[in-house]
Each structure stands twice: as C-alpha cells, then as structure tokens.
Design a protein around this ligand. Structure first.
Ligand code: NAD
Length: 330
C-alpha cells in the first residue's frame, strides 16, 4: 500500500524500512500535517502520522478529498485525530495499542528520581566547579506514597517498579486493575490520592473528561512539597494553574515530558529561534521543573514495536482485515 509517513525523522525511516522489508510503498516526509500542508497527501491512500500532526475535522476533510482511506498512527494516543469526523468520512484509523509500557514507565521513574535528588542541578553545578551539596537534599523513595493516576499498561508497569523499590502505592482509575491490586495498590478517589501522595504520576489518556484534570482546585489538594510527573498528555494539566502553584511553592517539583501546546513546538530544533510561547518559557525558569520533549516512548524496543505494528496495520487493512488496533468512537 502506498503510504506517506509525515513528521518523519531519520529514526522513523530506519525502523519503518527495516520492519517493512519492501512490502509497502513508504514515502517519508519531514513536513508536519496541518491545514496548510495537507495537500502533500495527494496520491496516498494511507498516511502514517505522529502525535504532532494536526488531524482535526478540517484537515481530515481535505485528506478525504485527496483520497486518503487510512491513518496508521505511530502512537498509542489518538487525541490528535477527530475520530467522529474520520468515521463520517470513511477514513479508517489504526494505532499502536501497545508498544512498550516499560519505555514510558521507566522514563516517568527517571523524572521522579532526577527531581527528587536534583540531578539536573547537580550536573550543571559540578561542571561549573561547585561541589556543594546545599540545595540538593532529597528523600528515600523507599516507604514513600506514590499515587498513580491511570492504572492501565504504563501505570501498571510503573506500579511494578515502585513496588520493587518499597513504595506504598495508591491508584486511581475508572476501573480497578487486578494486577495492581495483587501488587498491593490501594485504589482511592482522586482527591484522596492527591492529598496522600508524595509523588504523583499521570498515566491516563487525554479525553474531553480528563482535560485539565489537574486544575487549580486539584493542585491545591496536592500534599505540600509533592512531586508531579506527567508523561501522558500535556492538556491533562492546566499549565497556567500549575505555574501559579509553583510560584506559591505548593509543589516540590514537576516533571513534564508533555506540554499542552506542544504541537507547535516539539520535535523541532528552536535553538536559533525565539520561542514566543511565554507559558512554556516561564516553566523553564523554575529550578524544580524538568521539561523534556515528549521522549518517554523513545527507546529502541519501542521504535521496533511501533514500526512492526504500523506495517502490520497496513498489511491487515490492505487484506481487508480489521485488528485490535482499529480506533472507533464507540
Ligand atoms: P491504557 O489504555 O493501558 O491505560 C489508561 C488507563 O487510564 C486505563 O486504565 C483507563 O481506565 C484509565 N482512565 C481512562 N479515563 C480515566 C479517567 N477519567 N479517570 C481515571 N482513569 C482513567 O494506556 P497506556 O498505554 O497506559 O497509556 C497511557 C497514556 O500514556 C496514553 O493515553 C498516552 O497519552 C500516554 N503515552 C505517552 C507517551 C510518551 O512518550 N510520553 C507514550 C505512550 C503513551
């Protein structure tokens, strides 16, 4: 099947070409899909977008006019695609349901440990010849209460790691996961989780009902000095309210791999530009905030699985087969 891979980086090409082994006609394009760039889809029945590609109702309508029949997403999350419009237009959407829960869970852990022990600050200090320990005091993770919001694949992988570290784990989800319960995770309301936990990690999808789940009111419920980690989707957190809470010293630290307005900013080099997003720039001024550019998924194992699943999705669609990766609004 002829497929245009958008927002393609060299690593996408490398892993997708290896998984494809010549089966489909893949064309790689660095351009990010948007209303302006959608015409590049002309002549491609399949498009393979990434999380920063814009696939709102207008872009989907243009794609349908250009003959697009299938979107094979290189991601688990599909909040960047307006699924009801895709359905209306007869564009099938397939995703990578599961690639490496470990990749994201381990990255969430690395943000926790880095923030808690101030590794980001120590790295810079030592390079400037400052070997003082003042300001670098952390706490043992052992025995601390960690709240996991969303105990699906990634939340459970994190629970397993934290269990091994001797943490007390509380969980919040719309459904209880028996594997987490077997690990001793105690399910609570979100309010209770926020007030109990010394570390909070978000692992749930961005949906209309989870948008700004962590707003000013919820931030005020967080136990003073707690660490907040978000490796899921930026808009789960109201960033302006987060900045206010940070200024008021309500939080011990914040680790963000994702950002509400990341689509215009992430996966590009801005080192020679001026960044006009003042909210993003304000976040970077806090000594107790670590921001990374949506890299939690970025391991060799995850790229290999994303590529293999994407090629399998193309093959199944071409053969008229559906599979568990098909996304519907139901
Ligand atoms: P999953 O579907 O296995 O788990 C999500 C969990 O969230 C489920 O248990 C679900 O019941 C729960 N949930 C849904 N709505 C909820 C609500 N309103 N309140 C409480 N819980 C709710 O998904 P996963 O594979 O664990 O991935 C979680 C998220 O991580 C994805 O949706 C994606 O946005 C994000 N992600 C980020 C990266 C990255 O590189 N930063 C990579 C992969 C996934």
């Amino acid at each position: 099947m002829r497929c245009l891979v958008t927002s393609a980086r060299q690593y996408d090409r490398e892993y997708l070409e290896a998984a494809n082994a010549g089966r489909h006609d893949l064309v790689f394009e660095e351009t990010r899909l948007s209303a302006r760039t959608a015409p590049i889809a002309q002549g491609f029945p399949a498009i393979c977008p990434f999380v920063d590609d814009q696939l709102d109702a207008d872009v989907l309508k243009t794609l349908a006019q250009l003959g697009t029949k299938l979107l094979v997403l290189r991601s688990t999350g599909y909040n960047h695609v307006h699924i009801p419009t895709a359905e209306q237009l007869g564009i099938a959407v397939m995703r990578v349901r599961d690639y490496s829960a470990y990749a994201v869970a381990e990255f969430a852990l690395s943000l926790m440990l880095c923030l808690n022990r101030h590794v980001h600050r120590a790295y810079n200090r030592v390079r400037h010849g400052n070997l003082l320990l003042d300001g670098l005091l952390g706490f043992d993770m052992h025995g601390k209460t960690v709240g996991i919001v969303g105990t699906g694949k990634i939340g459970t992988a994190l629970a397993r790691i934290l269990h091994g570290m001797g943490c007390t784990i509380v969980g919040h989800d719309v459904t209880r996961n028996p594997e987490c319960e077997a690990l001793g995770v105690r399910y609570t309301s979100l309010d209770e989780l926020l007030s109990l936990s010394q570390v909070i990690s978000l692992h749930l999808p961005l949906l209309p009902e989870t948008r700004h789940l962590i707003n000013a009111e919820r931030l005020a419920q967080i136990r003073p000095g707690a660490l907040l980690i978000n490796t899921s989707r930026g808009a789960l957190v109201d960033t302006s309210a987060l900045i206010t809470a940070l200024k008021q010293r309500q939080l011990g630290g914040v680790g963000l791999d994702v950002y509400e307005e990341e689509a215009e900013l992430y996966f590009r080099d801005h080192s020679e530009d001026i960044i006009y997003d003042d909210v993003f720039e304000r976040l970077l001024t806090f000594p107790n905030v670590i921001v990374t550019g949506h890299q939690a998924f970025f391991t060799q194992e995850a790229l290999r699985t994303i590529a293999a699943t994407t090629i399998q999705n193309l093959t199944d669609y071409s053969a008229g087969r559906s599979n568990e990766n098909a996304v519907t609004s139901k």
